[in-house]
Design a protein around this ligand. Sequence first.
Ligand SMILES: Nc1ncnc2c1ncn2[C@@H]1O[C@H](COP(=O)(O)OP(=O)(O)OP(=O)(O)O)[C@@H](O)[C@H]1O
Ligand SMILES: [Mg+2]
Length: 269
Amino acid sequence: MDSKNIVLNVNGIEVIYNHVILVLKGVSLSVPEGSIVAILGGNGAGKTTTLRAISNLLKAERGEVTKGSIDLRGERIDNLSPSDLVKRGVVQVMEGRHCFAHLTIEENLMTGSYTRKSKGEIAANLEKVYNYFPRLKTRRTSQAAYTSGGEQQMCAIGRAIMANPSLVLLDEPSMGLAPQIVEEVFNIVQDLNKKEKVTFVLAEQNTNMALKYSDYGYIMESGRIVMDGTASDLASNEDVKEFYLGVGGGERKSFKDVKSYKRRKRWLA
Ligand SMILES: Nc1ncnc2c1ncn2[C@@H]1O[C@H](COP(=O)(O)OP(=O)(O)OP(=O)(O)O)[C@@H](O)[C@H]1O
Ligand SMILES: [Mg+2]
C-alpha cells in the first residue's frame, strides 16, 4: 500500500476505561484515501472504542488512549478535540443513531453544519444530502421520533455529511434494521464514497453485509486485531466464514458454541 495515500493511521493504541480497564491492547490499522474499511467483530470486541479513540470521544466515557498514536494524513491528531477533528473533516456517526427525537429531520441535518458559516454552502449541502437520501427529503418536516429506524440512520449519516467530511466513522449502521433497509443504507454509503470521495471506517457486527460493501477489513476480538485482509479474501476465508458469516459447516454457529470456541482459540493461538 502506498503510504502517501493513507488518510488515517492508528499505531498500536491501548485504551483504558476508568483508569483500570484495559480494553484495546495495541490496535493498529491503516485506511487508504477513498476506501471503505470495515472493523468487524462481536459484542465487546472493541470496535466502538476504536472509533471513539480516533474521533477523541473517549473522555466522555472516562476512557483514554494510554499508548500508541493516531495520524491523519501524517499528522498526529490524538490531542485534537472532537470539534477540531470535525473541522479537519473527521466525523463520527454514533452507534444507535442519536438523532434528536424532538427535532424534525431537517433540523437534525442542520445541526451537522455547525462548523460551516456560509448560508449558501449550508443550503448546497442540504440539497446534496437530499439528493443522496431522497427519503429524508420527503420526511424533512417530520419529527425524527416519528420516522423509521432506517430513516433515522439515514438522518444520522446525512447530518455527518452536512459537515463536508473527508473521513466518516460509522458505528454499526445496520443495527436493528431489516436487511433490505441495511442494503439501502449501504448503497448510499457506497455512492457517497464513490461520488463525493468520502472515506469510511465502518464498525459492524454484520460481517456479511459489511464485507460486501467494503474494500478492506479488520477483525477484532477482545481488544485486538486478529485478522485483516481485503474484503474478498476475508469473505472467502474458512475461519471467517465459520465464526462471522455463519455459513461454514452448514448451520449458523454462535460465539458461545463450544466447538467453535475451541477452534477459535486454535485460530487465535
Ligand atoms: N465506558 C466504559 N467503561 C468501561 N468499560 C467499557 C466502556 N465502554 C466499553 N467498555 C468495555 O470495553 C469493551 C469494548 O467495548 P466496545 O463498545 O468498544 O465494543 P464493540 O466492539 O463496539 O461492541 P458492540 O458490537 O457490542 O457495540 C467491552 O468489554 C466493554 O464492556
Ligand atoms: Mg459498538
